[in-house]
Design a protein around this ligand. Structure first.
Ligand SMILES: [Zn+2]
Length: 328
């Protein structure tokens, strides 16, 4: 992101629902105690980037995304606390295509979506004990269990945790990661789409270090704010996802965060996702995509191939770091 890129309000017409007109609407969380320092370098300075709204659930509240001028990490500041944002995570679940009750018949397909992760972990680590923090409905855990792992998970949404326990027979505890007993030590700990949601990513990574066996594998997946797609869509990018996502890392800042917490990155995997691009186009236009014959051509000729090619060029919209404890 360029240093001069300061966008507040919507001057382009499209996607107007996503924006507030300047700072006037930033009222509730303006207080000093809601200002947030950078999790990567600890800096307090902030350069305003965008003012955004919750485009998924809709809300009257607006949120400010700022950039750390020292290390380039983007964050929400000021920011409501995780507890204040908690309901927003729960409200989101029914929107997913795997919402409870619709997915049992699609078990193989659900597990298949994690094929890349399941294969990558098994290439790097012999089966042992696995903890998935933010495990959702548990299909990743089920896939790993089939590969010989002793699996357990933590899931914020009690109802979803209960599904994983009752329907899939998995050891899944309900609650926020910092409220739940993590148990003993593990040979692999995974965090898929979790680190960007947390009030304190450093505290969580510290806990990962404490609960990871020497020689064990930590896998942290998040979205890539430095990808071409993120730069192209800016505040309209689907993964900005306020107020749930409060941190936006790049390959460089994610690795730095992990290093700060005593991890050495072994490998960084890049992914694409067509639906993220489609939702970003919708956010920018303010209407459904694809919605015309031309849209369908654009989808087939540009969006779908780009999602396949970009990760190969180190431009995945999702990044996944495979790392180990330093000194182990
Ligand atoms: Zn910083």
């Amino acid at each position: 992101m360029g240093d001069n890129e300061i966008i507040i309000g919507d001057s382009n017409g499209g996607g107007k629902e996503a924006f507030a007109s300047g700072d006037a609407l930033l009222s509730t969380f303006e207080e000093a105690e809601h200002q947030v320092d950078c999790a990567v370098c600890g800096g307090a300075l902030q350069r305003p980037m965008w003012t955004v709204r919750d485009t998924l659930l809709g809300s009257t509240e607006s949120y400010r995304i700022v950039r750390c001028p020292d290390c380039g990490t983007l964050r929400m500041s000021p920011r409501p606390t995780f507890d204040e944002r908690r309901q927003s995570f729960t409200d989101l679940y029914p929107l997913f295509d795997w919402a409870l009750g619709r997915k049992r018949a699609q078990a193989e397909q659900r597990i298949g979506r994690f094929a890349a992760q399941i294969n990558e972990i098994n290439r790097r680590q012999r089966p042992g004990k696995l903890l998935d923090v933010g495990c959702g409905d548990g299909y990743f855990l089920l896939g790993m269990q089939r590969r010989g792992w002793e699996v357990s998970g933590i899931e914020l949404h009690e109802k979803v945790a209960a599904y994983a326990r009752d329907e899939l027979g998995l050891d899944v505890r309900g609650g926020a990661e910092d409220e739940v007993d993590w148990g003993g030590r593990y040979d692999c700990i995974t965090l898929f789409g979790v680190i960007e949601d947390l009030d304190d990513p450093n505290a969580c990574l510290d806990r990962c270090r404490e609960h990871l066996n020497n020689g064990g594998l930590l896998v942290v997946q998040t979205h890539n704010i430095d990808s071409w797609e993120a730069r192209h869509f800016g505040p309209h990018w689907f993964n900005i996802e306020a107020p749930r996502h409060v941190w936006h890392f790049s390959p460089v800042t994610l690795e730095k965060l992990l290093q700060n917490n005593g991890f050495r990155q072994e490998h960084l995997l890049h992914y694409g996702a067509v639906f993220v691009t489609e939702r970003s186009i919708e956010n920018r236009r303010g209407k459904v995509f694809p919605s015309s014959a031309l849209d369908r051509i654009i989808r087939k000729a540009i969006v779908a191939p780009a999602a396949k090619i970009a990760p190969k060029l180190g431009q995945g919209i999702m990044i996944e770091s495979y790392c180990r404890k330093t000194g182990s």
